[in-house]
Design a protein around this ligand. Structure first.
Ligand code: ADP
Length: 202
């Protein structure tokens, strides 16, 4: 039977990847939406050829990969071009996500996406788990992980949905304000609950 899908989201540094890793240890497949978005424009994927056809080979790096900075500059302030790109990539990303999720052998699988709410992807999942942490902790964790300054992380946080908005869409909330042990214990509790739902999450 096809697994039901748990959407996993949270602001930068909230601990999404750490949570996904805990679920993975319990045998639950997690598909990373960002990773799929990068995959569909890898060399050899049809979308990259279409992008190069439209914008010329200047959009490629010397090794044949997509030059994301050049692409961003090309479509900057050109809504029609952004639309063209979205119409090309969104269906491809959606299809790749579905095919990866369908490979899960667990009763449910996870779609991890930092922009689950902002992108509307939350509509494609059966249940939403939000990882929440105080903003000061988000900042300090992301700064030390990315070796970045406070201003840089704060700027990313401003482009993401607010905590309140994210929490409004949550079916479950995991508060990640303790150590990794307490995080793991919370994931185990949620996992037992999710297994008890069977098909009812749909
Ligand atoms: P996100 O994927 O939401 O951006 P991560 O899962 O990468 O966040 O977590 C950000 C950083 O904080 C990582 O280096 C991670 O190992 C660390 N981290 C996450 N949760 C905890 C925790 N409960 N205790 C200690 N470190 C944590």
């Amino acid at each position: 039977m096809k697994p039901w899908v748990l959407g996993l989201t949270g602001g930068i540094g909230s601990g999404k990847s750490a949570v996904a890793a805990c679920f993975a240890e319990l045998g639950v497949l997690a598909v990373d939406a960002d990773q799929v978005a990068r995959f569909v424009v890898e060399p050899g994927q049809p979308a990259l050829a279409e992008i190069a056809d439209r914008y010329g080979s200047g959009i490629l790096l010397a090794d044949g990969r997509l030059d994301r900075t050049a692409l961003r500059q090309r479509i900057f302030q050109l809504p029609e071009e952004r639309k063209w790109l979205e119409q090309l990539l969104h269906p491809l990303i959606g299809a790749e996500v579905s095919s990866r999720l369908a490979r899960a052998i667990s009763p449910y699988a996870i779609l991890e996406s930092p922009l689950l709410i902002e992108s509307g992807q939350f509509r494609t999942v059966d249940r939403v788990l939000v990882v929440d942490a105080p903003e000061a902790l988000q900042l300090s964790r992301a700064m030390s992980r990315d070796k970045a300054g406070e201003a840089q992380i704060a700027a990313i946080m401003r482009t993401q949905a607010s905590r309140d908005e994210r929490l409004r869409h949550a079916d479950d909330v995991l508060v990640n304000d303790g150590d990794l042990c307490s995080l793991r214990a919370q994931v185990e509790r949620l996992h037992r609950f999710y297994l008890s739902l069977k098909g009812e999450a749909r």
